[in-house]
Design a protein around this ligand. Sequence first.
Ligand SMILES: N[C@@H](CCC(=O)N[C@@H](CS)C(=O)NCC(=O)O)C(=O)O
Length: 337
Amino acid sequence: MNLYMIEACPFVHRVLLACEVRKISKELIRRTTIDLNRPPAEMLKINPSGSVPTLIFSDGQGFHESLVIMEFLDSLTAAGPKLYGNTAKECAQTKVLWESANSILLSAVQQAIYSFGNVNSVRSANEKLKAGWEWLNTQLNKPEAPYIGGNELNAVDVGLAPFLLRLRYAAELHPSIPMPSAGSRAGEYLVRMTERCLSGGIFPDEEIMRATTQKFALPHSLFKAVQDAPRTLIDHPHEAVKSEAEQLSAWTVEEDGHGFCLKALFKFSSHSDAVNKLKWLHDAQEICDHHTSFSLRDFDSIEITLVTHEPRWGVTRKDLTMAKLLQTYFVKGQLPS
Ligand SMILES: N[C@@H](CCC(=O)N[C@@H](CS)C(=O)NCC(=O)O)C(=O)O
């Protein structure tokens, strides 16, 4: 068997940690590091999404999804304890516990990590995290048992670990993220888990983990460009738009009684797609600290006006930079990586 992976992926780390717990050798499951931008053809054949981890067998068959792979590892004969338990009843109980871990703790941890500089999102994650740490304290209520699984990690510990470790790095950039207090059971669990994952050489170097995590905690460079763009009025907005015709092709300069403004109409594939884009626009405005005037048209289109009111009405550098950001996301469906 061959595990297709990249070095710094938390979902891959679940599988590597699971192999360590189960004592599954690198000979039984070999590791192939891939380029996520160019996944190998044999991997795309069984996992067209191109995501890692993906497990491939010698006959070319295989599957992806970290939790599915973890469950499969329990079917192998190996010296280490099983992740889900030894009986059908234990497996069912572990899966029910995982559902709570995922919805109460992990979703909040992921929201805090993958904030992309969205302070609203961090704020709401922080509230959920407090409840998450309480849940974790309750799970760790057996004094002799260092892990949720008891003396050894189970599927719930393994599913959480890569993300719990990364939360620290996000908290370095967003100090409002609440971490469990040092003396609490959850706090001690975090220290224990971090030592285990980092010392065993299971996860990459801290510096790699920090850098790859913090990339998701900061605004994308196109958001940053809007934040940094000056609010200076442009005297000839028609020419400014023409000079960046490709990136601003969706926008027209219009003039009303007050002065110039930028307008665009973006059409989406469905009503729900348009509503999702409105949610994205709402967050984008908060991250950029720059606001637009927008309305939903014909259920599937968004009409946007970009203009600066103060100190004088008109189009500024910040408006133009915001226009480029919106066009990139609304036309391409994603921001460049
Ligand atoms: N639900 C998947 C998520 C895997 C995932 O998102 N992996 C990332 C790398 S950390 C990836 O492959 N992204 C590229 C893609 O989805 O195309 C799992 O649990 O395995």
